[in-house]
Design a protein around this ligand. Structure first.
Ligand SMILES: Nc1ncnc2c1ncn2[C@@H]1O[C@H](COP(=O)(O)OP(=O)(O)OP(=O)(O)O)[C@@H](O)[C@H]1O
Length: 336
């Protein structure tokens, strides 16, 4: 378990004092995949780098499995850090070393025997699907392969925590998916707690169990991923969600509409109920579907339907009341 308590990170520059993280408290459970999302400058890097003390917090505590890292230094800190692996946006591999030696490097730092190192490196390279690349140099690898080496290196000392600093931001969508699948597998098979920072909500949707949204150094919203996607509370969270779930109706559809255009949201098993056909049997309105989709978040469906209702005002109001009762969320986007 990771407990972050009242963490503050200030940077003192020649001209000013910049607050990177402003009083953040967070508990991340063992075995969880926890996403931290925010725009550039929100403080995500400062926060994740404080977890392994790559940045030493100005104030506050970082307690991992009961050990307060902020109280440690020197050898004791280096020993605890072996339990925390980290991967980076630009991979941070050593260009003059082969794939094998890049991974072995992490084990040498932990003073393992050459035989144990060899066995472990081969095991790790097989796990990330790079056994055939062990003797090549980073420059000969694709971005996705480089990140696989980064993952193998990060896992070398059997950490309990893996920190991912924008780990897929430099990769194309297909490679991103493959790396996210690998991270999912690692989390499932080894029960490693994963903390990742990203500016892409799509990554959170694919991978995370819980998410926190950061703005100006603070966490402004936190919750399980399905709940945050289905019912975001803060304006910034809504903006992030829209980047994944939203779409724009062609403006002529809205201009020419003679009824009410509504957005209906169906959560979980409600997504498979025949609400619209029931509605049309019970209410004298017409329903014209303008857009519809079902997203699966953590394998739970979230259905979104945009419908134009036409009929007389009272019937439309009664239809809206009916939909309200049967679904999770309904919003009138436009009234003719
Ligand atoms: N070494 C530093 N010296 C001074 N200010 C810093 C330093 N590192 C970060 N900051 C400042 O701290 C704030 C948070 O930056 P941080 O890099 O943590 O945000 P971020 O959300 O990770 O952004 P990005 O996605 O662009 O990396 C910013 O105002 C940034 O300018």
């Amino acid at each position: 378990m990771i407990e972050i308590r009242s963490l503050r990170k200030e940077y003192i520059t020649k001209k000013s004092r910049v607050v990177g993280v402003d009083d953040v408290s967070l508990t991340i459970q063992k075995g969880e995949i926890f996403g931290i999302v925010g725009y550039s400058g929100a403080g995500k890097s400062s926060l994740i780098r404080s977890i392994n003390l790559l940045e030493r917090p100005t104030k506050g505590q970082v307690i991992i499995d009961g050990v307060d890292l902020t109280k440690l230094s020197g050898k004791a800190l280096r020993k605890q850090r072996l339990k925390i692996g980290m991967i980076f946006q630009h991979f941070s591999l050593i260009s003059s070393k082969t794939v094998f030696d890049n991974v072995a490097f992490a084990l040498k730092a932990a003073h393992q025997s050459p035989e144990a190192i060899r066995k472990r490196v081969l095991e790790l390279l097989e796990m990330v699907g790079l056994s055939d690349k062990k003797d090549v140099y980073p420059a000969q690898l694709s971005g996705g392969q480089k990140q696989r080496v980064g993952i193998a290196r990060a896992l070398a000392n059997n950490p309990t925590v893996l920190l991912c600093d924008e780990a897929t931001s430099a990769l194309d969508p297909t490679t991103t998916k493959a790396i996210l699948q690998l991270l999912k597998k690692i989390n499932k098979e080894f029960g490693i707690t994963i903390v990742l920072i990203t500016h892409e909500m799509e990554v959170v949707k694919e991978l995370c169990h819980r998410v926190a949204v950061m703005q100006d150094g603070r966490i402004i919203e936190e919750g399980d991923v399905y709940g945050v996607f289905a019912q975001p509370k803060q304006a910034l969270t809504k903006q992030f969600i829209e980047s994944v779930l939203d779409f724009e109706l062609p403006s002529h559809l809205i201009r020419e509409s003679k009824g009410s255009i509504i957005k209906i949201q169906f959560e979980g098993q409600l997504a498979s109920e025949a609400v619209l056909s029931d509605l049309l049997q019970e209410h004298p309105v017409k329903a014209n579907i303008l857009h519809g989709k079902i997203e699966y978040i953590q394998n739970i469906p979230l259905g979104i339907l945009i419908v134009e209702l036409t009929g007389n005002t009272n019937d439309i109001q009664a239809a809206l009341d009916y939909i309200n009762k049967r679904t999770s969320y309904v919003e009138v986007i436009h009234h003719a």
